[in-house]
Design a protein around this ligand. Structure first.
Ligand SMILES: [Zn+2]
Ligand SMILES: [Zn+2]
Length: 493
């Protein structure tokens, strides 16, 4: 109890004064230190124990995971004389919570296939979250069948995890099906569907679902509102969006976070209501970040409002001096009004500072294994085949109207530009690998960690037509369903 109050020393004193200390009291101490992120002290306690239970080991593994030291957790895990399902869960959840999703999946396979251990609901929820993040639909479906075979009751946790996995893997209809089958639902269940349908470009459904939720008496939370606001943004429903934004605090008492402001500023900016957008930024109750200003900058770029754009770009550079989008914008804006010296300053910066902040990375699942590609990656064993496929398609791509866009100036203010413009972006490699490894006509599903750039977006559209395949690409923001040369986002992302 004292740990929860942040009074470690009191807890320790109590422990030290105990006449008899059993395993349980040691375990409590380990769990206590672990929960405050003091894995080092927890380990001292652990090492001083003469006998340990499963709980001691898993509490220690969880402690290391919480402080992000997965290697120490794994080392301990491997040293265990015996493991029960709780220990496996601690290790799997550790990987999943630290975003090491492929490792979570890998160790889950070992649990099942090598050690023959039976997973429980907690295991499956962790693995499903890893699947959702990796776009590993095959494994996700396998877990769904496993749940059905074991006729486990679809409780809230498992139901939500399954539905979320389907939604994030691009199968919104399946997500909805799981949702409909759940005996009970909470605000998270509803939010998954609202956000999922919005991400898939099914705006009307997202809005309908939101109203259905209200009718059934579930109170929305800030995540539900993110979903509904992004639906309005993508559908260009400015006034509806403003109304939801207003109701959020007035009717439901939810204080908007910086993400909500970002969404509404984006909504207004895309519609050209730049005055209102800028006013909203100045009235924000939290301090605006680079994303909020970036949304305004995007609008200024579309509507050619140079003065305001300059203001926004400078604000962004104050917050994030490496923001390449602002540098590009300023270089182009100054060039367009003839301030060539100023323009050159920003252009030189771009050339000198090709900082790769977050490397672009794409994943594709083939036969239940997940493959990872980086920009210009040649490390894959089938690399030769992949590049040969890309080269062999190039003439047909060109004929179908694809023009490679590699010039620095034409780049938009996407994150993706942090990748070198001339190298092959990871999603193109992942899709090419999909083409060489799947049957004719099979849908190709790729997950990308950043926003897709304009060039790759054009490329995918043409590719879907040339090879007559559906390509589902999930980027950081939303889903793109490429089919017959068009994208479900209608080039609005
Ligand atoms: Zn790209
Ligand atoms: Zn798209």
């Amino acid at each position: 109890m004292y740990f929860k109050l942040g009074r470690q020393s009191v807890a320790r004193k109590l422990f030290d004064e105990m006449p008899i200390r059993d395993v349980v009291s040691y375990n409590t101490l380990i769990a206590g230190y672990s929960s405050c992120g003091q894995a080092g002290i927890a380990r001292e306690v652990f090492d001083s124990m003469s006998e340990r239970s499963f709980v001691s080991w898993s509490a220690m593994i969880a402690g290391y995971s919480k402080s992000g030291d997965l290697d120490a957790a794994r080392e301990l895990f491997e040293r265990m004389p015996e493991r029960n399902v709780v220990c496996w869960n601690a290790m799997i959840a550790g990987y999943a919570q630290n975003e090491r999703f492929s490792e979570a999946v890998k160790i889950f396979r070992r649990m099942l296939q090598v050690e023959g251990m039976k997973p429980n609901e907690v295991t499956l929820v962790s693995v499903l979250s890893a699947c959702a993040n990796l776009g590993a639909l095959g494994l996700g479906k396998w877990i769904h069948r496993y749940v059905e075979r074991a006729s486990t009751r679809l409780g809230l946790f498992l139901g939500n995890a399954l539905s979320d996995m389907y939604s994030k893997c691009g199968c919104i209809a399946e997500a909805r099906k799981v949702f409909d089958e759940m005996p009970e639902r909470d605000v998270i269940s509803w939010s998954i569907i609202v956000t999922g349908t919005a991400m898939h470009g099914l705006w009307n459904e997202a809005i309908a679902c939101f109203h259905e939720m209200l009718q059934q008496g579930t109170k929305p939370n800030d995540i539900t509102f993110m979903g509904i606001l992004s639906a309005c943004t993508h559908a260009g429903l400015v006034d509806d969006g403003l109304e939801y934004f207003d109701r959020m605090s007035r009717e439901f008492g939810i204080d908007p976070k910086v993400e909500h402001y970002g969404c509404v500023v984006d909504l207004l900016s895309r519609a050209g209501r730049l005055d209102e957008a800028e006013n909203l930024i100045s009235s924000m109750r939290v301090s605006p970040n680079a994303i909020v200003w970036g949304a305004l900058l995007g609008g200024c770029r579309i509507y050619g409002d140079v003065d305001r754009g300059e203001r926004a770009a400078h604000r962004i550079l104050q917050l994030d001096p490496d923001h390449s989008g602002s540098h590009i914008y300023l270089a182009n804006a100054y060039a367009s009004v003839g301030k060539l010296e100023e323009a050159a300053k920003y252009r030189v910066w771009m050339r000198e500072k090709q900082v790769v902040k977050t490397p672009g990375c794409s994943w594709i699942e083939i036969d239940n294994a997940v493959y990872e590609f980086l920009m210009g990656d040649r490390s894959h064993p089938q690399s030769g085949k992949i590049y040969a496929m890309i080269r062999s398609l190039a003439p047909r791509m060109k004929l179908a109207g694809y023009v490679p866009n590699t010039s620095l100036v034409c780049q938009s203010i996407d994150e993706e530009e942090k990748e070198n413009a001339l190298a092959m972006h990871s999603e193109k490699l992942a899709v090419a690998f999909g083409l060489v490894s799947t049957e004719e006509g099979a849908t190709i599903r790729v997950v990308k960690n950043l926003r897709v750039c304009k060039d790759c977006h054009d490329y995918m559209k043409v590719m879907s037509q040339v090879v007559a395949r559906e390509i589902v690409l999930r980027d950081r923001n939303r889903f793109h369903h490429f089919k017959d040369g068009v994208c479900s986002c209608k080039d609005y992302w």
